[in-house]
Design a protein around this ligand. Structure first.
Ligand SMILES: NC(=O)C1=CN([C@@H]2O[C@H](COP(=O)(O)OP(=O)(O)OC[C@H]3O[C@@H](n4cnc5c(N)ncnc54)[C@H](O)[C@@H]3O)[C@@H](O)[C@H]2O)[C@@H](O)CC1
Ligand SMILES: Nc1ncnc2c1ncn2[C@@H]1O[C@H](COP(=O)(O)OP(=O)(O)O)[C@@H](O)[C@H]1O
Ligand SMILES: [K+]
Length: 466
């Protein structure tokens, strides 16, 4: 059982392809289900600390896992009962059912137990849960001290994280072989409780991963302020937003941060304030240029954005700037670009849609040629090359004004430090989440920017000095 940071994330189709590849290498579905069920049983035995376990088994292979779990627990002398919904459909699930020699109650007639194992539906749930099933499940959950979901809580859509009917909230979800998008995307993610990954002996591709603590360059004797990575930020109509992004870039480790558009001295004095003109915008030492936080959307600011786009700097495009560009314009510009939209900005730039957040982020990356950081209580980072990173749940206290400006600055610092756009975006998201965790409750964006330093210290040493 392991933590999820850095783990592979697979859609339902990816998971089936990985299983299929394993079968072609000589593995069998029965052996895989046995490994999955036994790994779950070992975790459940530890978590239940001797209390009786009730395993709810569905009609598919998730239910098959459930029968293996029950048989394994019983063989270890652990008190366990089984209640089923329907009869197993696949050969492998029927085989697993045959391995359970105890009685099988029905979902509607069974009595509660202190530990409930939800093995009703996993990645195969295709339509909303029947309300009568959902109701029976919720009654058993309410009576249990601990609910453990196998692979996914029953009642969520694997790929989009949407709810299918009234899902069964779990305290712990044991993800099998790899994470699925629903473990990380809202609203499903908040029904998973703590997610832990179990190895079931399959090797998953790393195209999609959970955002993990980044490896960031450390300063050494060769370092000076410019080769640490210089960040420039365009100041717009709401100056505070650009100031927050600048503070974030400084605390995230940039050696030199310039605010373009004001020369009036103010704290922090480490921030270099320059006029916005061709010379300052064209400074070849700039490693990342941030445009958009508090920019404004009037014609003057549109012209300022055009000037920023006309440079050949790596860009972080945020906030108002996302209302002033089109995906086609960005694609035509090319170069390294990271866009950081929240849901409203995303809809404005790419259009609204009922598709899932992961699919939308990936399509947007394709359309714009930029790396997309689709923000919210869940955050998806998608690269135009198809790779993606999904953030683990972050502090809900991030729902405070200016926290997105801080993220833009943190990402810019990582980009200027030499990370590729996907790596920089994921590193910025991780630092932002870690800073929020360190801030505790009711912080403001200024606190968050300052906490990026200690968050950065948590990964210090990840990379030896150059
Ligand atoms: N190769 C294997 O045997 C492995 C299977 N695994 C398990 O298998 C699961 C996937 O198994 P399946 O593909 O069989 O899918 P599920 O067990 O998630 O559910 C599919 C079954 O439920 C039915 N169904 C779908 N929606 C329903 C609804 N709303 N109401 C009633 N019935 C509904 C389907 O017709 C099908 O019979 C994974 O989540 C995982 O738990 C893992 O152990 C990995 C290895
Ligand atoms: N409920 C939440 N839980 C976790 N993170 C959140 C939540 N709400 C917002 N965030 C994060 O906080 C930041 C908010 O950014 P944004 O909406 O652009 O704010 P602002 O424009 O005020 O700077 C994003 O990084 C987003 O992912
Ligand atoms: K389940």
């Amino acid at each position: 059982m392991r933590q999820i940071e850095g783990a592979a994330v697979l859609t339902a189709a990816d998971m089936r392809a990985v299983e299929q590849a394993a079968f072609e290498q000589g593995d069998s579905a029965a052996a895989m289900m046995r490994r999955a069920g036994q790994a779950c049983a070992a975790a459940i035995r530890r978590l239940s600390a001797g209390s009786e376990v009730l395993v709810l088994c569905g009609p598919g292979n998730n239910g098959g896992d459930g029968y293996v779990i029950a048989a394994t627990l019983a063989a270890d002398g652990h008190p366990v009962r089984v209640a089923a919904l329907g009869t197993p459909g696949s050969d492998v699930a029927q085989q697993a059912r045959a391995g359970w020699v105890g009685p099988v109650e029905t979902l509607h007639d069974t009595a509660p137990a202190p530990v409930l194992v939800d093995a009703l539906f996993g990645i195969g749930l295709s339509h909303p849960l029947d309300p009568a099933i959902a109701q029976a499940l919720l009654v058993l959950i309410a009576a249990a001290r601990l609910t453990i979901a196998i692979d996914l809580p029953s009642g969520v859509d694997t790929d989009s994280g949407a709810l299918l009917g009234c899902p069964a909230p779990a305290d712990i979800t044991l993800a099998l072989g790899a994470l699925k998008p629903a473990h990380l995307l809202q609203p499903a993610a908040s029904h998973c409780g703590a997610v832990r990954l179990l190895d079931i002996g399959v090797s998953a591709p790393d195209t999609m991963q959970v955002v993990a603590a980044p490896a960031l360059p450390m300063p050494g004797p060769h370092s000076h302020k410019f080769n640490r990575g210089m960040v420039a930020i365009v100041r717009g109509r709401m100056a505070g937003a650009a100031e927050l992004a600048a503070a974030a870039a400084m605390h995230a480790g940039s050696g030199y941060v310039a605010l373009l558009g004001s020369t009036i001295p103010a704290a922090p004095h480490a921030l270099v304030r320059r006029k916005l003109n061709d010379e300052s915008l064209g400074d070849p030492r700039i490693g990342a240029l941030v445009v958009g936080p508090g920019l404004g959307r009037d014609d003057d600011m549109r012209a300022t954005l055009e000037r920023a786009l006309a440079t050949d700097h790596s860009l972080v495009v945020d906030g108002d700037a996302l209302h002033l560009v089109t995906p086609e314009q960005l694609r035509a510009r090319g170069g390294q670009m990271i866009l950081t939209p929240h849901a409203g900005e995303f809809d404005a730039l790419f259009g609204s849609s009922d598709a899932g957040k992961l699919d939308r982020a990936r399509a947007a990356a394709q359309a714009s040629g930029a790396t997309i950081v689709f923000k919210g209580a869940d955050t998806v980072v998608a690269s135009p090359d198809g790779r993606a990173r999904l953030a683990p749940a972050a502090s809900n206290w991030l729902s405070t004004a200016g926290s997105g400006d801080v993220l833009a600055g943190a990402i810019a610092a990582c980009l200027a430090a030499g990370l590729d756009p996907l790596g920089a975006a994921a590193a910025g998201v991780w630092l932002h989440g870690e800073a929020a965790r360190r801030c505790g409750p009711a912080f403001i964006a200024d606190d968050l920017a300052c906490a990026l330093g200690p968050a950065r210290a948590a990964v210090a040493g990840a990379v030896p000095p150059r």
